[in-house]
Design a protein around this ligand. Structure first.
Ligand code: BGC
Length: 366
């Protein structure tokens, strides 16, 4: 069948040229999701010709550029898309739902062939998906899942595993005691997955009466200042007697450590974070943060760019994994996260070039 298609390709290209000349080159966008063999053939015509006629354009709608990681995602995604011969327009919404919807509409009206979205609010962004689909544009959910919408692909890390890695590391050090959980933003589906992973590990120990979770709150909008207030509250509520802290990311871990510092407890209570931010890597070698979870952003950005460009060209993407987002089983690619502590930081984030050794050890006194 494939050979047959290849033999027929020159004929399709001629035919497709005709369609492109008559302005029909993006006709495949409105195809239903169950793209069949015949439809695949017509998509291949499009693919062959579009690159000669116009560059594929990807729209990247981001929630925020606040954390160090998102700047990396933006730069790496851009260069990955460009190295595939496509172009990308990127807008970031500063954590504002209405602005993110507006920016996505702008990208749609600027003629992008495919939308990649990091949602600020898992539910509110569903409206963007509807609008994109009406315009015949497919949507890839990047790092965070959009809920209750017919998204076409989800590319992320195994976020439940992130939480498990955090809790596995901390319960090894503190198998019994009072735990504080500083959660992420309630509006981010990932925050729920991280928490689920943490409790997968803690629950059996809670049931045995060995661990008590004495504080468990979300951090509104992932704001480090809110995490700081939460940690302060946790310390006050427990008379400063807590034994371990699991924070949903490195920014919230950093501010929790600041609150611990003020109580004279930094370095004596294990703290987990996530993202392998430079400041967290430094705290790990300095001894105030116990571990972080490293998610190699280059792999995520490159994989998402490759799949986005392929989908924009009309290729049908199927995956082994599916994630239910409340509406559909979303084809998903979930990359493995890596636990990082003082013992393996050199062989992981530093060996990968994610951070330079001199930066990580900059403040470390021998
Ligand atoms: C991401 C984390 C990030 C957090 C705050 C989550 O959805 O997976 O890596 O730290 O958002 O931006």
């Amino acid at each position: 069948m494939e050979l047959g298609i290849r033999r027929l390709l020159p004929m399709f290209v001629t035919l497709a040229l005709f369609f492109v000349a008559s302005g029909c080159e993006k006709a495949d966008r409105s195809l239903p999701q169950d793209v069949g063999t015949v439809q695949n053939i017509s998509l291949m015509q499009d693919k062959g010709v579009t690159s000669e006629v116009e560059k594929i354009k990807i729209g990247f709608s981001m929630d925020t550029l606040e954390e160090e990681r998102w700047l990396r995602d933006r730069a790496l995604f851009k260069s990955a898309v460009e190295s595939l011969g496509a172009e990308v327009e990127i807008l970031a919404a500063n954590g504002d739902d209405a602005l993110q919807v507006l920016q996505a509409e702008t990208l749609i009206s600027n003629g992008v062939d495919l939308l990649v979205i990091v949602p600020h609010n898992a539910e509110a962004t569903a409206t963007i998906v509807k609008k994109a689909h009406l315009a015949g544009i497919k949507v890839l959910s990047y790092d965070r899942l959009i809920k209750n919408a017919e998204i076409d692909l989800y590319v992320s890390f195994d976020n439940e595993r992130v939480g498990e890695l955090q809790a596995e590391a901390i319960t090894k050090i503190v198998p019994k005691g009072k735990y504080v959980y500083i959660g992420g933003a309630d509006t981010d589906n990932n925050a729920h997955l991280f928490k689920k992973g943490v409790f997968n590990v803690l629950q059996p120990l809670i049931d045995k009466g060995e661990i008590t979770v004495v504080y468990d709150q979300w951090t509104k909008n992932w704001l480090p200042s809110n995490a700081y207030a939460n940690m302060k509250e946790a310390l006050i509520a427990n008379g400063g007697k807590v034994d371990a802290v699991i924070a949903a990311n490195d920014a919230t871990a950093g501010m929790s450590i600041e609150a611990l510092e003020e109580a004279g407890l930094a370095g004596s209570i294990p703290v987990a974070g996530q993202d392998a931010e430079l400041s967290a890597a430094q705290r790990i070698v300095e001894g105030t943060q116990t571990m972080t979870v490293y998610k190699p952003i280059p792999t995520l950005a490159e994989e998402a760019a490759r799949l986005a460009v392929a989908m924009a060209k009309g290729e049908f993407i199927d995956t082994d994994r599916k994630v239910n987002n409340g509406k559909v089983e979303v084809p998903s690619v979930l990359l493995p996260p890596i636990a990082v502590n003082r013992a393996n930081i050199d062989e992981t984030v530093i060996a990968d070039g994610f951070h330079l050794k001199e930066d990580v050890y900059r403040n470390k006194r021998e």
